[in-house]
Design a protein around this ligand. Structure first.
Ligand code: SF4
Ligand code: SF4
Length: 77
């Protein structure tokens, strides 16, 4: 199964993705990325893989990848 991958260091916390997500699947981290922003986090349990966050993000944070739990990789990075 595929999931939305978040390149957390690119996020500038503009909220465009979260504002347009139809399922309220995006929240923001409590810790900061190296740029000083709380970064977007996707709840894979409720994400419907519509791709709207990918379209809306001006900083190329999102990509669609195979679920890392199925191949041992990491979701964020
Ligand atoms: S793919 Fe769609 S449902 Fe999933 S986080 Fe992005 S906007 Fe929300
Ligand atoms: S649209 Fe992109 S830069 Fe803006 S909060 Fe979402 S992931 Fe971060």
């Amino acid at each position: 199964m595929e999931i939305m991958n978040v390149k957390l260091e690119r996020c500038k916390q503009c909220y465009l993705c979260a504002q347009h997500c139809p399922n309220e699947a995006i929240t923001f981290s409590e810790v900061l990325n190296t740029a000083g922003y709380n970064y977007a986090c996707v709840n894979d349990e409720i994400c419907i893989r519509c791709g709207i966050c990918y379209i809306m993000c001006p900083d190329g944070v999102y990509s669609i990848v195979k679920n890392p739990s199925e191949n041992g990789g990491l979701q964020n990075g």
